[in-house]
Design a protein around this ligand. Structure first.
Ligand code: SF4
Ligand code: SF4
Ligand code: SF4
Ligand code: FES
Length: 981
């Protein structure tokens, strides 16, 4: 704290507070254009000049310190501010009334008003460049660009895609993509950071253009005419009346533009943002206050929403008639569902039925689905798709530290000194988490080690990239843990105080010598030693992992080995440390948390605990089954065995995303009765007897829980399309048709019930989650949450963590003479999962139109392939026809196929092998034979995919280059003190 005199009033500054923040926080009005709190000082605009102890300085680059005397209004300060802003206006045509950015938040407009600029002294000078419209989602208008550099800073240092720069030395500087490419052919990944932070209309979402204003849809010639009229008036009237007219127009917009907070429907990062909408048109996605993401998004969250208004949406229930479906009323469909469920329950018992909840649906919906299964039907046969990805990580954490969730927050990953990423393509699967790592690595010297089969973006950036033999992560993790223990590099104080089971664990580690690990993994002893020493040397370590670890036949054991390593090195219980299994779907964490699991009621309360059951039985007035139910993998087997007769599945494309999909589809075709609830007629719907039209996240209220255990509210943006119903209502309708007598009017009532029954969520209320507020479980009854777990104890009765011994068995399937290639699979940045949602966004299709198989240059040469060659991949379980993409991201005889296809899904090739602890399929243990089909088409990835761009990394906007221009003179005429970031 320090006492600062601002315009003769004493103010208390916070530690390291910038003057610009202090002045704004204490009610002052200081112009500032390039400064953005989430970007820090950019220092390009010079409009924030203040006088400090007689010298002009930039308020955005000056830290408030004890005894400072600051004047924001001295004549020198004012003159400098106006002079700086005049220069800005020479780069920007003020036509606010006919501008789609005239929404009360335009920094240029607001600063013109704040500085009471009446006449523009430096005339506007158009730049000699065309508008760039080549990106499907946004456009750049050089004439409106004020060269503030916010976009460059965001792209270089927040998103760290390093596409943008400004050519400060050019006669007419502008923003450049890849140093001078069109946007469409650049490395731009369409994350939208730059558009989000642009303070004016130079970068704008195309979905805004012609839609936001009352007069902005006019033809270009009419618009130009209006702008000319306004310009002609300005010398006489001054800018004041012109701004007033535009403000009246902006006020009119308030009545028709809605801004509704939601949480992203795609991955588990949990980005939240406002959806700006006009009727059913999405004007833009505006991230600003999200506790997980701030201003950040990826292409899907920022631009991937066209599916909501797709004409393909299901809007009527469908009932099977022979080989086709007919439309039906809700009454008919619901009564058919109830009748068939009742008959089957009567005839074959409740355990002849299975329920699959959706990890895209809300927590409240997941809770109601398991309540329907347990309390209305009487079976524990309920599961969700975390079985396919995250269950092994949850088991690994339950074994060792006690809670099945990330041990800290994304901010901990950001703060770590060393991040170890194992089997996670974070930059594509959890893009906003990756931005934090890239930024800490670039700007703060964070160390990064990546272990993967594929050289993904983080691997390219890493200090050390490990490429072990497939399925051997457990071995090298255990070997370096043993090395650390054997060489006095373990954290013995932490082990003594907080960890049990060391003796037994050390015995278990005996086979894991460095030499044995080198033999099995293919990594050298030197490399392994380097990894171990880097971990030992780092003060704080976070480990991230994902499906590359969990979708192996020892996914649970490898997850356990990760947690064991963190315990041995004392990397829990402190900020910047811990275990981070990256949750895939937006609500995969919440679906399990809320009881859509065969063994657990909500909050991981075991179904075989009589005390727990008694609590739920008293509340629900039923008696509950006590035996663990079938998980989704076992359900498919039970269908084949004739034991499971009926299924109710919500929002999962299970016939494509489950492993060995031919076997799954075959099972579905044997069901006596199958209800599928979805927003589109998915591939899985083809097997249904009844299809019920649900609603996407933008059409309902509820909560999602992200990867960092963060519970956040989503608010309804649109009414459900006529004919559709929010999924919680449909589940309630089904339950009531079966005589349940539920009366929920709103998801908040469901959450109140959850909180009352579940200690983990005791203090969760909708009020505590209002707007952008969030809670990270466990949440005590008084609302206290735990962003960082285990700060006082581990979640076991004695408060101690447990080292859990694991041994290595090796993959269940390896390449052999017949199936000679290893097939890996995973996500792509642009598409989510199988692509049912993202293919419906035209711009995403344009960038990434179809699936492909990545082939290494060596293999391509050996087999005579090039990008675009059609090949057939054949495994023991099925085959697909797909085009090759030759890339050095993969090596040797390892292939990679993204999962974004419903026509040729990779899961026709994957097996039914599973991790015995969880029944999670070993998706990543597949071997195939590649047959060259001879036809060669165009490359499956167009030239406009960002992979083909050429980024231009630099340290932010590099304003020093602007200051070196011969025509640059600091406003106010004297050199100013600057502060490096
Ligand atoms: S990657 Fe593209 S959209 Fe994202 S900040 Fe950079 S230029 Fe903008
Ligand atoms: S395009 Fe970039 S440099 Fe130009 S005004 Fe927008 S944020 Fe500033
Ligand atoms: S997909 Fe994930 S990273 Fe992208 S905006 Fe949505 S939550 Fe954020
Ligand atoms: S706000 Fe732009 S230089 Fe300070």
């Amino acid at each position: 704290m320090g006492t600062v005199l601002i315009d003769e009033v004493t103010q208390e500054a916070r530690p390291a507070e910038l003057l610009v923040d202090l002045i704004s926080r204490t009610g002052g009005a200081i112009p500032h254009v390039c400064y953005h709190p989430q970007l820090g000082p950019v220092q390009t605009c010079d409009t924030c000049m203040v006088e400090v102890d007689g010298r002009l300085v930039r308020a955005c680059a000056t830290v408030a310190s004890e005894g400072m005397r600051v004047s924001t209004t001295s004549s020198r300060a004012k003159a400098a501010q106006v002079e700086a802003f005049d220069r800005i206006l020479s780069n920007h045509l003020l036509y606010c009334t006919v501008c789609d950015n005239n929404n009360r938040n335009c920094t240029v407009h607001n600063t013109t008003k704040l500085l009471a600029i009446d006449h523009q002294r430096i005339p506007f000078r158009p730049k000699p460049y065309e508008v760039d419209n080549t990106n499907p989602f946004y456009r750049y208008d050089p004439d409106q660009c004020i060269l503030c550099g916010r976009c460059v800073e965001a792209c270089q240092n927040v998103e760290v895609n390093e596409t943008l720069s400004i050519n400060w030395e050019a006669p007419n500087p502008r923003v450049l993509w890849d140093g001078g490419s069109t946007i469409g052919e650049s490395s731009c990944v369409s994350c939208g950071h730059c558009v989000t932070v642009c303070p004016c209309n130079a970068l704008m979402e195309k979905s805004m253009l012609g839609h936001a204003g009352f007069f902005t849809a006019l033809r270009k010639s009419a618009l130009t005419g209006m702008i000319d009229v306004v310009k002609a008036l300005e010398p006489e009237t001054g800018l004041g009346p012109i701004l007033q007219v535009s403000e009246a127009e902006a006020a009119m917009r308030d009545h028709r533009i809605r801004k509704t907070k939601t949480v992203c429907t795609y991955c588990g990062v949990g980005c939240s943002f406002d959806v700006w909408s006009k009727d059913r048109h999405i004007l833009k996605i505006a991230p600003e206050h999200g506790p997980a993401n701030g201003i950040s998004t990826c292409i899907k969250g920022k631009f991937g929403w066209d599916f909501v208004n797709s004409p393909d949406r299901l809007t009527k229930p469908l009932i099977r008639e022979g080989d086709s479906f007919r439309e039906a009323s809700w009454e008919e469909a619901l009564s058919l569902v109830a009748r068939r469920f009742s008959e089957l329950k009567e005839k074959s018992g409740p355990d002849s039925m299975g329920f699959i909840s959706s990890s895209k649906c809300t927590n409240e919906e997941s809770y109601l689905m398991q309540k329907l299964a347990r309390a209305v039907i009487g079976t524990n046969n309920v599961d969700n798709c975390s079985r396919y990805c995250q269950a092994p990580a949850t088991v690994g954490l339950f074994r060792t530290v006690g809670y099945g969730g990330d041990s800290g927050s994304i901010s901990d990953i950001e703060q770590a000194d060393l991040v170890l990423v194992i089997g996670s393509n974070t930059a594509e699967s959890h893009p906003v988490v990756a931005t934090r790592i890239k930024s800490s690595h670039k700007l703060r010297g964070q160390k990064l080690i990546v272990s993967d089969l594929r050289e993904n973006e983080l691997a390219e950036r890493a200090d050390l990239f490990l490429h072990p033999q497939p399925g051997t992560d457990l071995v090298w993790l255990s070997a370096i843990t043993r090395y650390l223990l054997d060489n006095g590099r373990a954290n013995t104080r932490f082990l003594d105080q907080w960890v049990g089971g060391l003796e037994q664990y050390r015995k278990n580690l005996e086979p894991f010598t460095m030499e044995a690990a080198a033999r099995i993994t293919g990594l050298s002893v030197d490399t392994l030693t380097t990894v171990a020493e880097m971990i030992a040397a780092a003060k704080n370590v976070c480990i991230l992992w994902a499906m590359g670890v969990t979708q192996q036949s020892q996914g649970s054991d490898t997850s356990t080995a990760i947690s064991n390593l963190l315990l041995v090195t004392g990397n829990y219980m402190r900020p910047g440390t811990g275990a981070y299994p990256m949750r895939g779907h937006n609500n995969v964490q919440g679906a399990s948390d809320h009881g859509s699991m065969p063994n657990n009621l909500p909050g991981y309360q075991s179904v075989d605990d009589p005390e727990v059951r008694a609590r739920f039985e008293a509340s629900w007035s039923v008696s509950l089954p006590s035996a663990k139910g079938l998980d989704n993998h076992q359900m498919v087997d039970a269908i084949h065995q004739g034991k499971l007769k009926a299924m109710y599945l919500i929002g999962e494309e299970m016939s494509i995303v489950d492993s060995n999909s031919n076997y799954v589809c075959d099972g579905f075709s044997k069901l006596d009765f199958f209800v599928v609830q979805d927003i589109f007629f998915s591939n899985t719907c083809q097997f249904a007897d009844v299809v019920l039209p649900g609603a996407p996240s933008l059409e309902k209220d509820g909560t999602f829980t992200s990867t960092e255990r963060r519970i956040q509210r989503l608010y309804q943006v649109f009414e459900p399309l006529p004919g559709c119903r929010p999924d919680w209502k449909i589940i309630q309708d089904v339950a009531n048709q079966l005589g349940a007598g539920w009366h929920y009017q709103h998801p908040s009532e469901v959450m109140a019930e959850i909180a009352a029954l579940t200690p983990l969520f005791a203090g969760v209320t909708y009020e505590r989650l209002e707007g952008y507020k969030s809670l990270q479980w466990p949440v005590a009854a008084d609302g206290t949450d735990e962003p960082l777990l285990y700060t006082k104890r581990f979640a076991f009765p004695d408060g101690k963590a447990r080292l859990f011994p694991v041994s290595w068995r090796g993959p269940q399937e390896r390449p052999d003479a017949e199936f000679d290639l290893h097939l890996n699979n995973g996500r792509l940045l642009e598409h989510f999962h199988e692509g049912n949602l993202t293919y419906r966004t035209e711009g995403i299709r344009e960038k990434t139109p179809s699936v492909f198989v990545e082939v290494s240059p060596e293999l391509a040469e050996e087999r005579g392939l090039q990008s675009g060659t059609w090949v057939q991949l054949v495994s023991r379980y099925g085959q697909v026809r797909v085009q090759a993409l030759v890339t050095d991201r993969v090596q040797g005889r390892e292939l990679y196929m993204p999962m974004n296809s419903t026509e040729n899904p990779v899961n026709r090739l994957t097996s039914s092998h599973t991790d015995p602890a969880t029944n999670t399929p070993a998706y990543k243990e597949s071997s195939v034979h590649l047959r060259v089909l001879g036809e060669v088409g165009l490359s499956p990835l167009p030239r406009t995919n960002p992979r083909f761009g050429h980024p231009t990394p630099q340290q932010g906007v590099e304003v020093e280059r602007k200051w070196k221009r011969p025509d640059y003179r600091p406003p106010g005429g004297q050199p100013v003190a600057t502060r490096s970031k």
